[in-house]
Write a protein that binds this ligand. Structure first.
Ligand code: SF4
Ligand code: SF4
Length: 333
């Protein structure tokens, strides 16, 4: 199975409960950014995400309140680099106690010091390692030598210790798709449990011309779609077809809500037009209909999984044939 059974059943129950309540929009994943400090400064990362101070982090109580307020069954702990969040063991335990599934998104540099031997493996914990290419490319993207080798070593160690380990790859303008395929081969040989591949988003704070236009996304993802069946990619076929330009989707920015040291980030993971510490104000005050339509200039070259995975699943629910396809993709992956 592509996703463990408890994640699949939790997600189905969550959707059924929301449907019974008559809710059309609801979060699937909380992107929890407990701090904006990092031990790297990657070239494609929004500047504000890695230039903050540990002292300005969210408290443990604020993080857990955000988990409860959002109601999302999945919590992606990112940042910044979450392994330098001092209260990480308590945060992981608190989220697991609330029966949510955690994706710990990390550059892997501190996994051996802060996670392995400190936070035990658990079926509700997935380690999600950032890996943007093979050695030369990944180290260039991370602006630091040796990051690739350490990440591979930590993936191998995580699997040996019994953790559920995935990888997360961003495709940039100069990414060679042959290299993405080589990365798929490598992660398969390491025994990773899943691999997320998504196009990068052009953050306003990043000046370099490294991001893809919509046409470039389509061209690269057509090739990725071609070999996707042979690997454990976690993107749904609907999302990959959208990224390849073979189907159109509205955005679902409400499906992935983001809580940061500045508060709830609206409208989406990528655009911080307004921040508020009140869940109510964020949820009821964001013009979801406007952002779903993708008419804003900042949405033109966006094909981020955080906005469109849920749209693909929603569309699939309208067609029994697509539902069978989605179920087969998960069961046979
Ligand atoms: S490791 Fe993550 S948070 Fe840190 S700079 Fe790189 S992309 Fe940004
Ligand atoms: S299209 Fe992208 S940038 Fe626009 S609202 Fe959706 S996720 Fe955000």
């Amino acid at each position: 199975m592509r996703f463990p059974l408890h994640i699949t059943t939790d997600t189905i129950w969550h959707q059924a409960r929301q449907a019974l309540r008559g809710n059309r929009r609801y979060p699937y994943v909380l992107m929890l950014e407990p701090l904006y400090a990092c031990n790297l400064a990657c070239i494609g990362c929004a500047t504000e995400r890695h230039t903050g101070k540990v002292a300005d982090r969210l408290s443990l109580e604020q993080c857990l309140k955000a988990v409860e307020d959002s109601g999302a069954p999945g919590v992606s702990i990112c940042g910044g680099e979450p392994t330098i969040y001092p209260e990480l063991p308590q945060l992981v335990a608190g989220i697991i106690a609330r029966k949510r599934h955690i994706y710990l998104c990390t550059n892997a540099l501190l996994l051996d010091q802060k996670v392995y031997g400190v936070i035990p493996p658990h079926k509700r914990l997935t380690i999600n390692v950032h890996l943007d290419g093979m050695r030369k490319t990944h180290d260039r993207v991370c602006a630091s030598e040796g990051v690739f080798d350490k990440a591979v070593e930590m993936i191998r160690e995580g699997k040996r210790l019994g953790y559920h380990v995935m990888t997360n790859t961003t495709v940039f303008k100069d990414t060679e798709i042959g290299e993405v395929k080589a990365l798929c081969e490598l992660t398969r040989s390491l025994g990773v449990d899943g691999m997320l591949v998504a196009p990068g988003y052009h953050y306003e704070s990043v000046e370099q011309n490294i991001f893809l236009t919509r046409d470039e996304i389509h061209a690269k993802f057509k090739k990725i779609l071609g070999f996707s069946k042979h690997y454990r990619l976690t993107s749904t076929p609907m999302f990959l077809e959208f990224a390849a330009g073979l189907r159109d989707l509205k955005c679902s920015p409400w499906s992935t809500v983001t809580y940061t040291p500045r508060g709830w980030k609206g409208p989406c993971y990528l655009i911080g037009q307004k921040y508020t510490h009140s869940w109510e104000e964020f949820w009821t005050g964001t013009d979801w209909k406007y952002w779903e339509s993708r008419q804003d200039d900042r949405c033109q070259n966006c094909a981020m999984h955080s906005g469109f995975e849920a749209s693909g699943v929603r569309e699939a629910r309208q067609s029994p044939k697509e539902m069978v396809r989605l179920a087969a993709w998960n069961l046979l992956g």
